[in-house]
Ligand binder design. Structure first.
Ligand code: AMP
Ligand code: MG
Length: 487
């Protein structure tokens, strides 16, 4: 029998050391019988983690937090947050742990973080646990986002704990091991600000600059330059969500990163029929986080970040506010530019067209898609065929044939590049009915549907025979889709 090599995993404790006021040393709960459900081998390799070692009992222990490499200092992170507009000064990791920082093969730092690893001092009324279904859901959707080229936290593994969690019924419990360029959130800054300790706020900003927006350190006003960088990455991120029809579902300020990565896949879902009012989350009754509101809400969250950072912008309140308002003004033009560039690419349009012409084309198209409840993903992918001359599949998606015919004629006259379109319009997204099917099967012990779905959505642009059902919209009887937070 071969002996397992000693763990070579080195986890840094930079956050725990440099921002100790925001880090509560903590350990994961015991997992009665850990069983690996899914492991992201390519990601493990990038991080210098041996997949075979991760599969053995010690490796599984790392993935559920019960084996802590020497020198590591796992912590629950403190953060605040506006939840549906209401400020909560102390949220923090109620069921999560930052195990530490890993250095990848390119020298880049990443957080290794667990979700569902037991109650922490931030748990309030929660049980600190997570069920298999929601953790696999984060795994599938985050890996699909990554494959689509959209910045996101990554998923390394989901391990069933062998324990049960009580939700509406008893469900198998699991821990998700996730990787992010950091877990700093808008809510982290709100927490530091709420303590009244400006030195802590400054150290947090310095930490965030060095980890994410290093160029800001050399600017004339580093904290302002840092804030502008966060505005820029979030404007770009939300534009990319909008272009693929992603609805985050719970854009509270504690769920918005400083790095510009998508984080916290709770009630998220991909929109099928195009409708700006689309909401999936069962608790979002007012539609605050509806698809069409996401850019506005991102801007609102960035205003909360600016508020938290005011003491770093200027000594005088008035000057600080004026600086913040001006910097925040950069969001809309940057969002619009990113979205328009993305739409031009999705429509295969050449560079150098008159903006007024393309904007009119975009607006008219969105009106037609909304009016006829057209499936967004099928439409854009099918449009590649239309650019090659086969317009019937596209026409068949619409009731208003005169409307789409007129639009297609104007669009085709601009000379769209079909091959370029196929590189940016996905065939496969994690469609809600397929995600539910895979999670239900996995909860009952059958992991095959999950693997097949992962195969499809991790190569989203590469159309493959045999995967037709992964490209098709939900059957009519799938009904209204509802998603849930914090499960
Ligand atoms: P979320 O909406 O998932 O981003 O979570 C909001 C807050 O609730 C965070 O502070 C979480 O750590 C906490 N939370 C969510 N679910 C649980 C749970 N089952 N046990 C303890 N804390 C939780
Ligand atoms: Mg969260």
């Amino acid at each position: 029998m071969s002996v397992a090599p000693p763990p070579t995993v080195t986890l840094g404790d930079r956050f725990a050391r440099e921002l100790a006021e925001m880090a509560v040393p903590w350990r994961a709960a015991e997992a009665p019988e850990p069983r690996l459900l899914v492991l992201n081998e390519p990601l493990a390799a990038e991080l210098g983690l041996d997949p075979d070692w991760l599969r053995n009992p010690e490796g599984l222990g790392l993935l559920v937090g019960t084996v802590v490499p020497s020198g590591a200092a796992p912590v629950a992170q403190a953060y605040a947050g506006h939840q549906f507009g209401g400020f909560v000064p102390r949220l923090g990791d109620g069921r999560a742990l930052l195990l530490g920082e890993l250095v990848d093969s390119g020298g880049q730092l990443h957080d290794l973080h667990l979700k569902g690893s037991g109650r922490t001092p931030f748990a309030r009324g929660g049980d600190g646990l997570a069920a298999v279904g929601p953790m696999l859901r984060e795994y599938v959707v985050s890996e699909a986002m990554h494959a689509l080229g959209i910045p996101t936290t990554r998923s390394l593994a989901v391990v069933a704990t062998g324990g049960l969690v009580r939700r509406e019924t008893l469900l198998p419990g699991a821990v998700l091991a996730r990787v992010a360029s950091s877990h700093l959130r808008v809510g982290s800054f709100q927490y530091a600000r709420a303590t009244g300790d400006v030195d802590l706020l400054r150290r947090l900003a310095d930490f965030a600059i060095s980890r994410h927006h290093a160029a800001a350190a050399d600017a004339e006003q580093p904290y302002l330059a840092f804030f502008e960088s966060v505005v820029a990455v979030q404007a770009s991120l939300v534009a990319q969500w909008m272009l693929v029809g992603f609805v985050h579902g719970v854009m509270n300020t504690d769920n918005m990163t400083i790095s510009g990565e998508t984080i916290d896949y709770g009630p998220c879902a991909f929109m099928d029929a195009f409708d700006p009012a689309t909401v999936y989350s069962s608790i979002d009754q007012g539609g605050r986080y509806a698809y069409g509101n996401q850019p506005l809400l991102a801007e609102w969250n960035l205003a909360r970040l600016a508020e938290a950072m005011l003491p770093l912008f200027a000594d005088e309140d008035e000057a600080a506010v004026a600086t913040a308002v001006e910097a925040l003004g950069g969001f809309r033009p940057q969002y619009n530019a990113a979205w328009s560039a993305g739409m031009r690419a999705k429509l295969g349009l050449p560079h150098g067209l008159d903006d007024a012409v393309t904007q009119a084309l975009f607006e008219e198209l969105l009106g037609l898609l909304e009016k006829d409840h057209v499936d967004l993903t099928s439409f854009f992918r099918g449009l590649g065929a239309a650019a090659r001359g086969d317009v019937e599949p596209t026409r068949n998606l619409f009731l208003d044939l005169a409307g789409i015919d007129g639009w297609l004629e104007r669009w085709r006259a601009l000379g769209p590049d079909a091959d370029a379109m196929d590189r940016v319009n996905p065939v496969y997204i994690p469609r809600n009915h397929l995600v539910e099917e895979a999670l239900t099967a996995a909860t009952e012990g059958d992991l095959d549907p999950l693997q097949r779905l992962l195969d499809a959505v991790t190569r989203p642009y590469d159309e493959r025979p045999g995967l037709e059902r992964y490209a098709a919209p939900a059957p009519q009887d799938f009904g209204t889709y509802r998603t849930f937070c914090g499960t």
